[in-house]
Design a protein around this ligand. Sequence first.
Ligand code: SAM
Length: 371
Amino acid sequence: MPSMETIERLAQAMQLDPGWLGFGSGAGLGPQITVTPNFDPDKLVADLLAILKGNAGIIDDVYKYLDPVGAHEWIAMLKQPEFGQLVSSLPLNDLIDCLTNVLDTEQSCDLVGLGCGTAEREIALIRKLLGRRRRDLRLILIDISVNLLSLAVKTSDIFSKTHAVPVLALLGDFHALPEYAHLMTGAHQRRRVITMFGYTFSNLDNEVQFLRRSMSWVNHEDFLILDIPAAATTSSDPAEIARKDGALARRKDGDWHRTAFQFLTGPLRRNLEQVVDCKVHTELDQSSCVIPGSYAIVNKATVKLLSGREKRFVIGYTKRYDPDKLGQHMEREGWRLLHRLSYGADGLGVVAVFQRCDPPKPKRGRKPKNA
Ligand SMILES: C[S@@+](CC[C@H](N)C(=O)[O-])C[C@H]1O[C@@H](n2cnc3c(N)ncnc32)[C@H](O)[C@@H]1O
């Protein structure tokens, strides 16, 4: 069984399609699954338990998906009608039009899904790319949840075999990408289309550091597709934001909130003993965001234990962006905005396509006259 790299090298030498050489039309091998080096889920569990021992702390997003029940609850959320409608309204056809305009037909290309979850959008996107007769495509799926990545692999299996598109599933932390990005490289440079669907970018603690550190392996001219929520208003007045933003303004007893809060409180309910009450409180945070024009919605939980002790944890952190200001800031970080699409009933879902470029050189100030 040759490795993907060997197949690629042989195919390159013989000027053949690596997908065809490796898997043959209609007779592919199916996805290849790799646990990334240094990935240590047990250490993550130990970290979570240590946080929960304290009276207060921050429960990172990762912990909700690591646990099999958390992953199960995420899948249930995807099936929730309001959420499902938003997800299915993502304008994939327009996105493909944009990509086919900018992708070189002759160049080999990898679609890299970061935090892919069940990878439905990534698979739909690569199917559409194939429909536009792009050759030599690979699908690379990266996620920290065994359960979600296993589902993604299952869904991509038939597609991989019938379309002879190699699928590589990497189980690991996307913050550690520079440590294992070599697993994605082959004998020659391939154009990458990196995706972050499902508002994953907006859940990051510090998006700028993520771009600088975790995305440092990306090549010049590679593409990044971000799916993010837009700010409900351009006003920075807290009262106006509270009036307009659904997460702050909506009643908290609907189906959507019940399912979402169930998911958010999972790490607390499952790992703290003798919880008698768990209340969620949603707040606006305008001071912790690093992208100009953005604000955050923070969900905090107060947990009451049988002993009468109370603990408080931040259990959810999601940013909302001013799309123009995000575009300007991304350019300063070396990501040029090529295209932007809005979706969803309120038009607040945004898919933006960026291309890696050199960041603009800082303008030189004039020397003071008598310096
Ligand atoms: C908001 S969900 C989005 C899932 C999927 N992209 C979608 O649109 O349905 C975030 C995903 O990112 C994954 N994730 C969160 N933190 C991660 C990390 N540090 N490294 C890798 N995956 C991560 C989760 O397991 C989850 O699948």
